[in-house]
Design a protein around this ligand. Structure first.
Ligand code: SAM
Length: 283
């Protein structure tokens, strides 16, 4: 029996216990973490008991946040309600040898993408100039600099001022101010004022990233790599993204080759966050 189910025996019926989510995100460190969970509506009157049991089982968890909506709006935030614990939900999250300070109620952050960040970081070569669009609290740029210390510069653009503030702190905490250039703004507006071209562009947003592919091709060196994220649905989860990339590349007179197709994470019902590694300037 799951430890949480043991704890809740006597408080919830057997049917209710079955509805308690088996998966949730724990964001933070051994000193202080927050749980982000989606408790089903049927357990609304039991959510506080469930949250307190989760804190008992996970002693380092100081707050439990319940998802009231999916990710919405430009900042891609979930509506979260505090159901137990401390009001201050800022945490210091540790992954793969670096630290990220953030408040999940104010910024997008997914600990489930840690493996994807490592995958991207391991592709970066010495001397590259990298652009991370939609950079959030800066996990991709930091992962890249930690894994490939010989990277030349990583530029990171983020529109949410709270995420940008955390990114500034995270670059400082991880001692990467000499490598990472942070820009708070809209990728479209910032792109037109950037005077340089990049070897690699990472586009870690699964919704509406296609609107920014033109910018990416224009900012890419004659030969370079774009990591394009999208939402994959249907029998061939990569087909829509491939068609979009081919069409935008053609409009920009770029020859491309799709080097990798990656299923990153389940995204929503029967859809996935996917990534295409697009090599431009081939042939
Ligand atoms: C899916 S999140 C990814 C954040 C970060 N890369 C990560 O993995 O944690 C997308 C981010 O893009 C930002 N964003 C959305 N539209 C943007 C735009 N037009 N320009 C810059 N940032 C944008 C959002 O605020 C959000 O932080």
């Amino acid at each position: 029996m799951r430890p949480i189910a043991k704890m809740l025996q006597g408080e919830l019926t057997a049917e209710e216990l079955e509805l308690v989510p088996r998966s949730y995100d724990i964001i933070g460190s051994e000193e202080k973490a927050a749980i982000v969970i989606e408790i089903p509506k049927e357990l609304d009157n039991k959510k506080k008991i469930i949250a307190e049991a989760l804190m008992q089982v996970n002693k380092h968890v100081k707050s439990v946040l319940n998802k009231l909506s999916g990710r919405k709006g430009t900042y891609r935030l979930e509506q979260l309600e505090l159901i137990a614990g401390e009001k201050n939900t800022e945490v210091l999250h540790k992954e793969h040898g670096y630290m990220l300070k953030l408040d999940p109620s104010k910024v997008f952050f997914s600990p489930r993408e840690a493996t994807e960040r490592q995958r991207i970081a391991s592709l970066v070569k010495p001397g590259e100039n990298v652009l991370v669009m939609f950079s959030g609290v800066c996990p991709y740029a930091i992962a890249i600099c930690k894994k490939q210390p010989m990277v030349n510069k990583v530029y990171a653009i983020e529109i949410n001022p709270d995420a940008h503030k955390y990114a500034q702190e995270n670059v400082r905490i991880n001692r990467l101010s000499h490598k990472i250039v942070l820009i708070n703004g809209d990728v479209k507006e910032v792109s037109s004022s950037l005077k340089m071209k990049f070897d690699r562009i990472v586009m870690p947003i699964a919704v509406s990233g296609d609107n920014f592919l033109d910018c990416a091709f224009q900012l890419l060196k004659d030969s370079g790599m774009i990591h394009f994220y999208f939402t994959g649905k249907g029998d061939d989860i990569f087909k829509d993204a491939e068609n979009i990339v081919k069409s935008v590349a053609k409009n920009n007179k770029k020859k491309i080759e799709i080097e990798n197709k990656i299923k990153v994470l389940p995204f929503a019902t029967r859809s996935y966050k996917i990534c295409l590694d697009v090599k431009a300037g081939v042939g």
